[in-house]
Every structure is written in structure tokens, then in C-alpha cells.
Design a protein. Structure first.
Lengths: 249, 350, 304
């Protein structure tokens, strides 16, 4: 993160224990406005648990911090209004139309209905989805579904959007179109917090953290990480950092 | 082949043994239901509180009171006056009052009863009637209740509960266990192996059949001991007709599993499609004869209706099998039809 | 080399949707053959046909000379199948699962243990643990052991590495290489294009159609021609600017850089000047090495 950046996520010593098992072990990180932050880790490293704490869905056992300016312990409900969340690919209702889905999610995130209407029209226009408005989600192609899922998570203009493996199993062209959307959102000042198993996607991020056994083992920009580990690609970096992982999910 | 079959059975037994809670529920439920219906929930009339209003004491009135006092179904609450009766009934101190009059040397009586519970009111009126008029002049009515002389409600419910339990356990458990294998994908692995589909089906049905037999033993043991159903050689018929019914229920479970693709769907189908009609339309609670005609026709396709009616004949009346030929042949026909359909659907490739 | 799997003109429809359309493939004996394509491409349907769970609407397929429709019963003894989800009994222990699957094929666990020993090795430490309590990687190993216990000649693996992290994926491919050494033919599907390099031959599949089949090396041959890397500190404006340049067919993100597919006559030097004029001062364009992913994007685009 560049020094002059406004911080939107700042956590210190965040820890989560389930009985004797420490799922997340003292993680500390800062994410700036407009950053694309890649949150990587081996299976079972504790990514999901950490993400749940950042989203205000789970309380930390120790440590704390702020997300979008709100305390993750005492203001969890406020956090939920200022973030967007997209899990896997299809966090959409297949039997509702495009518009019904958008309306539903925007309402859940607390948008006023007249704002939803105008914002949705605007988005339909930019995405070229005007004639799909009343189509059932299950009938639209995969690429559109992804765009729609992302739009549903961001229509209320959140400060941060959390993307949990948004591109698993998606074809390369669609995957790239999705990343272009992420770029666009980031260039407009939205912070993107994303997990992925595709390490080429890690290269697109402004900064990367790699979690191993509950701890953050590496945290820097892809270029500097590659330099540090004398690796040509992020794939190699990941292999070096994660090879000693004891845990798997 | 026998070893494959054995290991299929072994696997299923392991599933059951490790799913301790479900098996406990399945074994405890019939016992609880039987005891509940046999003792707690009862349409018999016991402990009816009766007060008596006597205008003029005679030998006859005294005898009548003695009979009431001696009868185990009544609790004699003493002599009351005319004016007290309404108060006593309203406060619930007594359930019924008998007014005894002697006119022209003849004893007549009036029964005042709290009819807020109609079953109780009707039955107790009839009881009091028979107790009082027993020796009073006039035409004595001799009611001779056959097969269930004490009108015990357990007799009435045991066949009903059996009809419900076996449908519930066999159909629900079989369908859920098959569908759960579909959900985890292991069913595909079984189908892709050289094992024949009929072996897979048998491997599923046999363990649940054995479990049902254990439950049957439990139910019969309870019925003949604790609930005191009359024991006779007809128990053999009860057993084999029940086994036929179990096979039918297992086939229904198999059929459900070919339709449902999730465990929830399987539970809903076996619960809603089978349980509710079994309870409402089989004659378990409401006599089929009292239903409107369309419902009576509908009840014909419900296996439990035939089974329960056969069980009443075999268990309570203890008549020979000849009296339930219709029921047994309907059950047999249903079993063959359902089994054939289920196997056909199970084997069908998409 | 003989072809152990032969697929001729297979078509499979589900009401409106055509899951597979005229698929023709042959898999040489003893090879690791990759079926590469995104979700919904029809990979699983093809597996279900090869494993005799589904019948094709049109076309024929044979595995080890056995027809998937006519000889399905015998065919089932020569294949080992691992479906998309690791299908195991979660309430049976590790060894009970293995014994059960062995018994389905009428073999004992010890008969073919040598085959699975390298895979099963780590699991041997806790034979009494319930399969449901295993970690993802361990489940994957147990499922593979169960699919191999009857020593099949063809192993059919449907997306064995989906949702698995990069390190575990790489270990899994090492195991497949060992199995290949033992003469087992492996047909493996994946949506990770980078795994293509680990296969002897691959088929690219999209929307139910085979786009191309060959060795990974042969497929990407000639792809480098007219393919360039582009980079700048502001990637998104660069992407948009490149798409407007003449001679550019396609431009997409590729790791840390952008890949630019161009037509004959594209001049990188001119393009750089053009970009710099547009304010992208540190824009660079240099030749790129194409891989399967580039090919897939190109073929899928041509296919519409």
C-alpha cells in the first residue's frame, strides 16, 4: 500500500480460535482505497475464517481492527452496510429475473427503492444488459451471470467488495472479462478483496498476501514478491511459500 | 456374488450402527407410540365423577347408588340436591349427575351430563344408563361387546400404529438412504461397478427389512404383554401379513428414491404423501365407513387402510386368514406393482 | 500405439440443451489424456457416457474394445471412475471405504495394494478415521485409491483438482505420472488450463464441441506468431487503448502483462509510439510465448 493512500481495511493481530485449534493466528494487514488485494492461501489456511471476520460475520478471539471505518467487533452491523460480498460464482437466485435479483440484493444492502431503479438502469446501460432485464437468471449465459453477480454485490456502491473465488471453473475468456470489471471498479475507487486458486489472477492484484497455517507468510506487490523469492511467476512464489503448509482443509 | 452382497449389507449395517440417534429414534418411537395410545390417550371413560340426586330414598335407589359406587369406572361424589347440581357441573366437580325419582313405586331416572367433551358425555351416559337400568323394571338391554369386551382403546390403536410405523420407517429410511448416496455421488460409483442393479437394490432393502423385523418383534411383544392383547395361534398370520406390508413399504421407499433427487425431497414425499393419508384416511383414527364416498374411494389406494383392516381381523378378532383374503390380495397386488415400477425406474438410464 | 478409448460422433441432448455435439476422440493406450474446458463444456456428460451411466443419443464409444451400450457390464470392470465430487462414504472409515470398493469388484485390498501404495501411504497412518473427517487433499487420495483398487486399465477422472490449491494440484499430477508408468491410461478433465502441460495429449472442449486435439506442444505451435506482451503501470487504460489500435485482434490480461493477438503487419514499435502519445509513458510491447490458455481464447472466440 502506498503511504499516501486512505486505509479502508486495517486489522491488527486478528486471531480466531475454535477450541484448541487456531484457525487464524495473529494476522495484521492494511488495505488502501482502490486497491485490488489478493488474499491467497493453501486449502485450510484460514482464508474463509479471516474473511468472515472482516465482513463482520464472526467475532475475533483476539485482536481487532476496522473495515470501512467501522470496528469489526462493536460495529459489525455497520460494516455489513458498507461492503459487498460475492461468493463462488452464483450467488444469484436462478428463478428470479435479472432485475428482480438486482432489486433484491440492493434492498438487502439497504438502498432506497428509487435509487435502485435509477442505478440499475445506469448499470444495465453500461453493461449492455437492457434487453435482459426480464430474463430469468438461469437462462442467461455464464459470463453475464458473473457480471450480474458482481453488479448485485456492488450496486449500493460499497467501499469494499469481498470476492470469494469468483472465477472457479470459468472459461479463460469469461474469467478475463470478469477481471476487467474488477479493474474498472477499482479505478473508480472501490477496494477489491479477492481470493482465488488461479495464480495468474494473482498477478493482476495490486498486492498479495499468502496465508499458510493461519498466518500471513508473505505480503507485498506481485512484482516485489517475485523479486524476493527469485521467481518468474506468482505460481512459483506460491509454491515456495506454501510448500511447508502442515494443514489442509 | 455373495461376497459383494455381504459387503453391501455390512456397509449398510455400519451406516445404521453409526447413525445411533436415528436408530434409537426408530426403535423407541414405536414403543412410545404404543404406550401413548395404549394408556395415556384413551377413549375409554374412567373416573367419571357422579353425583346423585334422590327425591325419596327407597331400597331401589339405595341399590342403584351401591351399583354406581361399586363400578370401577365411576367415582361416587355423594348425594346432592337439585339446586346444587348445576353449580357442581359448572365448577367441574362432577361430570354427571343422576336424578332418581320414584313415581308410583317405579324408579325413573334422569341423567344430566357435562357434554363439553362429547366422547366422554356419550360414553358415560351409556355406562350410567346400563348401570342404573340394570335391574330396574322395563326391558333390560343386554349389550354383548365381542372381541374387545372391555372396549379397550389399545385394541383399536395397535393395528393403526403398526400401519403407520412400518410405512414411516421403511419408506422414509430406505428412500433417504438411497437418495443420500445419490447426493454424495457414491450411487454412481455403485452403478459403474460390475454389481448388478438388483444386487444394489437388495443390498439396500434387506438391512431395512431386518430392522423392521426387529421392530415388529418389539411391537408384538409389547402388544401381547403390556397392552394385554389376546395371544393365540393367529399371531403367525399377523406376522406374515405384516411382512408383506413391510415389503410393500420398502418398495414404496425405493420408488420414492427414484423420483426424489435430494434427501429433503425424499423426506417430504414420504412424509406428506404417505404419513398424512395413512393417519387420516386409513381408518386408523377416523372410521373409513364414516367418510364421504370420494374419500372412501381414495382410501382404497392407501396400503395402510387394507393392512389395518386385516390386522383388526387377525389381531383383535383372531379370525382365520380366510376372512382377510381381500385385504391380503390387495396388498400383494400393490407390492408387485410398486416393486416392478420401482425396479424399472431404478434401472432406467437417462 | 493402440487407442484404448474411441469416441465416434457422440451427441447427447437434454431437452433443449445440447450437452455434447458430434464429439469424436481417441485416447492412445498408456497416455495421460486431458479433457480441457470450462464448467458446462460437457466434460461430465462425456464421463457419464464412458462410464455407462448415460446412453448417448447418437454415436458410439468403446473403452478397451468394449461398447459403452452393448458391453456395459464387462466395460465396468476395466474402468476406474472418480466423479467430480470425491464420492466416499463419510461415515465409514478409511479402510472400510477401501475394503468396500474392493469387494464391489470382487478383489481383496491386498491383491492390488502395490498399485495404490504410493497414494495410500499417508492414509495408512489412520485407517480408523472416518472419511468425512479427512482433509480435502486426503479425501482426494482416498477416492483415487478406491477408484484404483481393482486395477482398472483405464482411469476416468472428472475434475479431480477443482477447488484444490496449487501445491496439492501439482502433487496430484505427480501421482498420475506414476500411475501412467504402471501402464494405466488416464483420461482426466480439468478447467485449469495450466494443467494441460502435464498431459501427453489434450482435447479442448467448449459448449459441447471439441475445438482441437493434439499434444500440448503441437497445439501451441505457431501461436507465438503475432502474439505480444504489453505492460504499463496503468494496466486498465492500456487495455482499452490497445483494443482501439489498428491491427489488434484481441487483447486480454495475462498474468502480470497483457497479451495482444495481432494480425499480420502489426508493428510493435509504431504501436508503442501511439500508446505513448496517448499518455501511457511507460508502455512496452514485446513478443510473447503463447500457451494453451491463449489458444483456448482464440478457438472459443472463432467458435462464437
Amino acid at each position: 500500500m502506498m503511504d499516501n493512500m486512505e486505509t479502508v481495511i486495517s486489522v491488527n493481530g486478528l486471531t480466531k480460535q475454535f477450541g484448541s485449534f487456531t484457525a487464524v493466528d495473529h494476522i495484521t494487514l492494511q488495505v488502501g482505497r482502490g486497491e485490488i488485494f489478493g488474499f491467497l492461501g493453501a486449502n485450510g489456511a484460514g482464508k474463509t475464517t479471516a474473511m468472515r471476520m472482516l465482513c463482520g460475520l464472526s467475532y475475533p478471539t483476539a485482536g481487532g481492527g476496522t473495515v470501512a471505518g467501522f470496528d469489526i467487533v462493536s460495529q459489525a452491523e455497520e460494516i455489513k452496510r458498507h461492503i459487498g460480498y460475492m461468493s463462488q460464482r452464483f450467488s444469484l437466485y436462478e428463478n428470479l429475473t435479472v432485475w428482480e435479483n438486482l432489486n433484491l440484493f440492493a434492498t438487502i444492502y439497504g438502498m432506497a427503492s428509487k435509487d435502485i431503479k435509477s442505478k440499475a438502469e445506469e448499470v444495465f446501460k453500461t453493461l449492455g444488459m437492457e434487453n435482459m432485464r426480464n430474463t430469468l437468471v438461469k437462462e442467461i449465459p455464464l459470463g453475464w451471470k458473473q457480471k450480474l453477480a458482481f453488479t448485485a454485490a456492488t450496486l449500493h456502491s460499497p467501499d469494499i467488495v469481498f470476492l470469494d473465488e469468483p472465477t472457479g471453473g470459468v472459461d479463460p475468456a469469461t474469467r478475463r472479462k470478469f477481471w476487467e470489471m474488477i479493474y474498472r471498479a477499482s479505478s473508480q475507487g472501490m477496494t477489491i478483496f479477492v481470493t482465488t486458486h488461479y495464480l495468474d489472477e494473482a498477478e493482476y492484484c495490486s498486492r498479495i498476501s499468502i496465508m499458510v497455517d493461519g498466518r500471513i507468510k508473505a505480503l507485498d506487490s506481485p512484482a516485489r514478491l517475485k523479486e524476493q523469492y527469485c521467481a518468474a511467476t506468482m505460481d512459483e512464489v506460491f509454491r515456495i511459500v506454501a510448500k511447508d503448509a502442515k494443514r489442509s482443509d | 456374488m455373495s461376497t459383494i452382497f455381504q459387503s453391501l449389507i455390512k456397509k449398510e449395517v455400519l451406516h445404521l450402527v453409526r447413525d445411533f440417534r436415528t436408530v434409537t429414534v426408530v426403535l423407541v418411537m414405536p414403543v412410545v407410540l404404543l404406550l401413548l395410545f395404549g394408556f395415556a390417550i384413551s377413549t375409554e371413560v374412567n373416573n367419571v365423577n357422579v353425583a346423585v340426586v334422590v327425591e325419596r330414598h327407597t331400597d331401589e335407589t339405595r341399590q342403584a347408588i351401591d351399583r354406581l359406587r361399586a363400578n370401577p369406572y365411576f367415582t361416587f361424589c355423594g348425594i346432592a340436591t337439585h339446586s346444587e347440581v348445576e353449580e357442581l357441573l359448572r365448577k367441574g366437580k362432577v361430570d354427571a349427575a343422576v336424578v332418581l325419582r320414584t313415581e308410583n313405586g317405579k324408579l325413573t331416572h334422569q341423567i344430566i351430563v357435562d357434554a363439553s367433551n362429547t366422547t366422554m358425555a356419550q360414553t358415560s351416559t351409556a355406562y350410567i344408563e346400563s348401570v342404573i337400568s340394570n335391574s330396574s323394571a322395563g326391558v333390560p338391554v343386554v349389550a354383548n361387546t365381542l372381541y374387545n369386551p372391555q372396549l379397550k382403546s389399545a385394541y383399536h390403536f395397535v393395528p393403526g400404529i403398526m400401519g403407520m410405523i412400518f410405512i414411516l420407517i421403511c419408506a422414509m429410511m430406505t428412500s433417504v438412504s438411497i437418495v443420500s448416496e445419490k447426493e454424495t455421488g457414491t450411487m454412481n460409483l455403485l452403478l459403474v461397478s460390475p454389481v448388478r442393479p438388483r444386487t444394489i437394490i437388495l443390498g439396500k432393502l434387506v438391512p431395512y427389512f431386518l430392522l423392521s423385523c426387529i421392530i415388529l418383534t418389539l411391537v408384538l411383544a409389547l402388544s401381547y404383554t403390556v397392552l394385554g392383547l389376546p395371544f393365540s395361534a393367529s399371531v403367525v398370520n399377523v406376522v406374515w401379513v405384516t411382512i408383506l406390508y413391510i415389503v410393500l413399504a420398502l418398495s414404496l421407499g425405493l420408488l420414492i428414491s427414484t423420483i426424489a433427487s435430494t434427501q429433503v425431497a425424499a423426506l417430504l414425499v414420504s412424509g406428506v404423501m404417505f404419513m398424512i393419508p395413512v393417519v387420516l384416511l386409513s381408518g386408523m383414527i377416523f372410521p373409513v365407513e364414516n367418510m364421504p364416498l370420494p374419500l372412501q374411494w381414495l382410501s382404497c389406494i392407501i396400503p395402510a387402510r387394507w393392512y389395518i383392516s386385516a390386522m383388526r381381523v387377525l389381531m383383535i378378532q383372531q379370525l382365520p386368514v380366510g376372512y382377510v383374503l381381500t385385504e391380503v390380495s390387495v396388498l400383494l397386488g400393490m407390492t408387485l406393482a410398486v416393486l416392478a415400477l420401482a425396479i424399472k425406474k431404478f434401472n432406467a438410464k437417462k | 500405439m493402440n487407442d484404448i478409448i474411441e469416441i465416434q460422433g457422440i451427441t447427447k441432448r437434454y431437452s433443449k440443451l445440447t450437452a455434447l455435439s458430434q464429439v469424436t476422440l481417441s485416447v492412445p493406450q498408456g497416455s495421460v489424456f486431458g479433457l480441457i474446458g470450462p464448467d458446462g463444456a460437457g466434460k461430465t456428460t462425456l464421463y457419464q457416457i464412458l462410464t455407462t451411466l448415460l446412453n448417448p443419443d447418437e454415436g458410439t464409444a468403446t473403452v478397451a474394445g468394449l461398447d459403452v451400450v452393448k458391453d456395459f457390464r464387462r466395460l465396468r470392470t476395466v474402468i476406474g471412475y472418480m466423479p467430480e465430487k470425491f464420492s466416499l462414504y463419510p461415515d465409514l472409515t478409511v479402510s472400510e471405504n477401501l475394503q468396500f470398493f474392493a469387494s464391489l469388484f470382487g478383489v481383496g485390498v491386498n491383491e492390488n495394494f502395490d498399485l495404490i501404495a504410493p497414494i495410500f501411504g499417508q492414509l495408512e497412518k489412520f485407517p480408523g478415521r472416518m472419511a468425512g473427517a479427512l482433509s480435502g487433499g486426503m479425501k482426494q487420495k482416498l477416492a483415487l485409491s478406491c477408484a484404483l483398487i481393482h486395477r482398472p486399465s483405464v482411469l476416468l477422472l472428472d475434475e479431480p483438482t477443482t477447488g484444490v490449491d496449487a501445491v496439492s494440484r501439482s502433487e496430484f499430477w505427480d501421482m498420475l505420472a506414476q500411475l501412467k508408468e504402471k501402464g494405466i491410461t488416464i483420461l482426466v478433465s480439468t478447467s485449469y488450463m495450466d494443467e494441460a502441460e502435464r498431459c501427453d495429449r489434450i482435447a479442448l472442449i467448449n459448449k459441447g464441441k471439441i475445438l482441437d486435439v493434439d499434444t500440448p506442444q503441437e497445439l501451441i505451435k505457431g501461436l507465438d506468431k503475432n502474439l505480444y506482451n504489453a505492460s504499463a503501470s496503468d494496466m486498465y487504460p492500456l487495455l482499452e487503448a490497445l483494443r482501439r489500435l489498428p491491427g489488434v485482434d484481441d487483447c486480454y490480461t495475462f498474468g502480470a502483462t497483457l497479451h495482444v493477438a495481432t494480425r499480420d503487419g502489426f508493428n510493435p514499435a509504431e504501436a508503442i509510439l501511439d500508446l505513448r502519445r496517448q499518455g501511457l509513458a511507460d508502455a512496452r510491447i514485446y513478443p510473447a510465448k503463447g500457451n494453451i490458455e491463449d489458444l483456448f481464447i482464440k478457438l472459443a472466440k472463432n467458435d462464437g
